[in-house]
Design a protein around this ligand. Structure first.
Ligand SMILES: [Zn+2]
Length: 109
C-alpha cells in the first residue's frame, strides 16, 4: 500500500518517533542518574512491544491509533505495565512501556 504524506504531517511522525527515544532518556537522566545508561537501555528494550504490529495490515500506519488496536496495546496489557512500574524488579520495563503507551495514545487524540 502506498501512502503519500503531507510534509507537515510527516514531521509530526518523525517528532513522535523521536519522542519514543528521547522521553526515556530524560526519565533515565532525571530519576535513575547513577545507572542511567542501563536504565535507558531497559526502557528502550520495550520498543519490542511494537512487534505486535506484525499481526496488522499494513504493519505500520502512522495515522492509525495503536491503543486498543494491537494486542499488546490494549487495556489489559496496559494495566499490567502500570502494575510492573510499581514492582522494583520490573519497574524500568514497566515505566518504559507506560511511556510508550502514553506517546502512542497522543496520536489517538
Ligand atoms: Zn506502539
Amino acid at each position: 500500500m502506498i501512502h503519500t504524506f503531507h510534509s507537515h504531517h510527516r514531521s509530526i511522525h518523525i517528532f513522535h518517533i523521536a519522542l519514543h527515544f528521547l522521553l526515556p532518556l530524560v526519565v533515565a537522566q532525571l530519576f535513575f542518574k547513577p545507572e542511567w545508561k542501563i536504565s535507558y537501555l531497559l526502557m528502550m528494550s520495550t520498543m519490542l512491544v511494537d512487534l505486535d504490529h506484525l499481526f496488522a495490515d499494513p504493519i505500520y500506519n502512522p495515522d492509525r491509533c495503536s491503543i486498543g488496536f494491537h494486542p499488546l496495546h490494549t487495556y489489559i496489557p496496559i494495566g499490567i505495565y502500570v502494575v510492573m512500574s510499581f514492582i522494583p524488579f520490573t519497574r524500568l520495563i514497566g515505566i518504559g512501556l507506560v511511556i510508550h503507551m502514553a506517546l502512542d495514545a497522543v496520536t489517538c487524540i
